[in-house]
Design a protein around this ligand. Structure first.
Ligand SMILES: [Zn+2]
Length: 263
């Protein structure tokens, strides 16, 4: 099987689109056409036909480039959750939870992960022997999660901890924004004694100082550092004043509320 090649495409202030390249079939695809220019430039640079746009959710900073990219690449199809019909421009391949499809030489599984939005999708893309990539949009960030605009704490808890946390630990995470450093500062506030968080924050600050993206993370790394994936840890529960008997989603709700105003 062909190896999946992923190029990070910085967009807007702190968004990431991703160019997926199949060097054997000589085709490419885009995850989240945030805005036209950098996405079209990335496609032009690789010089391959675009076969698809994978939209993680309907927010404008993730689909704002769909129409202009489709105008230049009219043969591309657009994937998104079935409930986002009418909200994702150009959506032509509506997906249900668990949908599996082939993308170039690669195998894709679409996981419906509501919480940030009602139609959020994470795409797990596997190609060759290397670990798969999970494109999580604004559901899972490195060391954080998206705000609950259209979903409940219970939905986000399920999406993060019953779906994404169960992916193979070496799965690479390509998320929708470069929020890693500020997320880790909050994570260190929640768990000041967590050495994995402290070490990752130092590494991430060095990467940002060098102008490098902090992408990709891994599921294993998130399980060690992401407070929203550590809601059953005694240290995280103690921080929000809950004990072992509390619902996991209640812990997530309190951490999310605190993060909303954390500086
Ligand atoms: Zn969003």
């Amino acid at each position: 099987m062909t190896e999946l090649r992923v190029e990070i495409v910085p967009c807007l202030n702190d968004n990431y689109a991703y160019l997926l390249v199949d060097d054997a079939r000589k085709e490419c695809a885009i995850v989240d056409a945030s805005e036209p220019a950098p996405v079209l430039d990335a496609i032009a640079r690789v010089g391959l036909p675009l076969v698809a746009i994978l939209s993680t959710h309907h927010h404008g900073d993730h689909v704002g480039g769909n129409e202009d990219v489709l105008a230049k690449h009219p043969n591309a199809v657009v994937y998104g959750h079935v409930s986002d019909q009418g909200r994702i421009p150009g959506l032509s391949k509506p997906l249900d939870d668990g949908a599996k499809f082939s993308l170039m030489s690669f195998d894709v599984t679409a996981h419906h992960v509501p919480g940030h939005t009602s139609g959020a999708v994470t795409y797990v893309v596997r190609g060759g022997a290397a670990p798969a990539w999970a494109f999580t949009g604004d559901t899972l960030f490195l060391a954080g999660c998206g705000r609950l605009f259209e979903g409940t704490p219970a939905q986000m808890h399920h999406s993060l901890n019953a779906v994404l946390a169960k992916l193979p630990p070496d799965t690479k995470i390509g998320c929708g924004h470069e929020y890693t450093a500020s997320n880790l500062k909050f994570a260190a506030h929640v768990e000041p004694k967590n050495k994995a968080i402290a070490a990752k924050l130092a590494a991430v600050e060095a990467m940002r100082a060098a102008g490098e993206p902090t992408i990709p993370g891994t599921i294993a790394g998130e399980l060690d550092t992401n407070p929203f994936m550590r809601v059953d840890e005694p240290s995280v529960r103690a921080h929000v004043g809950l004990d072992a008997k509390a619902e996991s989603s209640a812990v997530l709700r309190l951490i999310r509320e605190e993060k909303n105003s954390f500086k």
